[in-house]
Ligand binder design. Structure first.
Ligand code: HEM
Length: 214
């Protein structure tokens, strides 16, 4: 398969393709905002778009390792960080849209809203989980923390994925099909990683012990 191995310049090119594609929705949103094309309810439009993009990019970043494992395309690993960072970036924009345009930075109104609508608290907890992951995503931080600790910390990405899905599921009023679909995808990715890390090595060890001569 020609895509299994990419040259260094191929990987660099793929990085640029991913970054440009992650930026396209932001550029489109800015373009729509500049020409006054955000519809009758701009706040709802921005909240919808940024929330959806955050969930999509977080889900895509969680999909990188399973797809890499199944396809053998090891170079895909370089895109996990980019996709996760864009997921976090869109979640921050989503948070800003809420705190700034919806609540005008009124702390009391936000606290009141958290008490009344628990999905807001789940959303905030999700952003709070994503923040240390984004801050420790640099190569320097990987070195400083050590691979083992870093990997352990970054398992929280799954908790963030689940948090995003639960937040979305709790806020939709009637049609829950899309949040459920996201839930199935995130659940399947989590199940794959669990099987890959804990079940497959045990099955392999069992097989090896059975074929080993006495
Ligand atoms: C600081 C944290 C957050 C706050 C305050 C917040 C707030 C909101 C609000 C007010 C809405 C609109 C609810 C409505 O239509 O009634 C919303 C929608 C949404 N949020 Fe969040 N959110 C947060 C974090 C997140 C995160 C981290 C994700 C994803 C990982 C996310 C994904 C979504 C999605 C997918 C929607 C639905 C968009 C739609 O279809 O309209 N949110 N959020």
């Amino acid at each position: 398969m020609p895509l299994k191995k990419l040259s260094k310049s191929g990987v660099e090119f793929s990085k640029r393709v991913v970054v440009v594609n992650c930026l396209v929705p932001l550029a489109m949103l800015a373009f729509d905002a500049a020409r006054g094309g955000l519809g009758a309810n701009p706040l709802e439009f921005i909240t919808h778009v940024t929330g959806m993009l955050a969930l999509v990019f977080i889900t895509l970043s969680l999909a990188v390792t399973p797809v890499r494992r199944l396809s053998g395309m090891q170079w895909l690993a370089v895109h996990r960080r980019t996709l996760g960072l864009f997921g976090f970036g869109y979640a921050v924009l989503h948070l800003f849209a809420y705190v700034w345009f919806d609540k005008s930075f009124a702390g009391a109104a936000i606290v009141d809203d958290i008490a009344k609508r628990p999905f807001i608290a789940i959303g905030m907890a999700t952003v709070a989980i994503l923040a240390p992951l984004a801050l420790t995503s640099t190569n320097g931080m990987i070195k400083r923390l050590g691979g083992k600790k870093w990997r352990l910390l970054h398992r929280l990405a799954y908790v963030a994925g689940i948090g995003g899905v639960v937040h979305y599921f709790m806020l939709v009023k009637a049609d829950t099909r899309l949040p459920i679909a996201f839930g199935i995808v995130v659940g399947a990715l989590l199940a794959f990683r669990f099987a890959d890390a804990y079940v497959t090595p045990r099955i392999d060890a069992l097989r090896r012990s059975r074929v080993a001569p006495e």
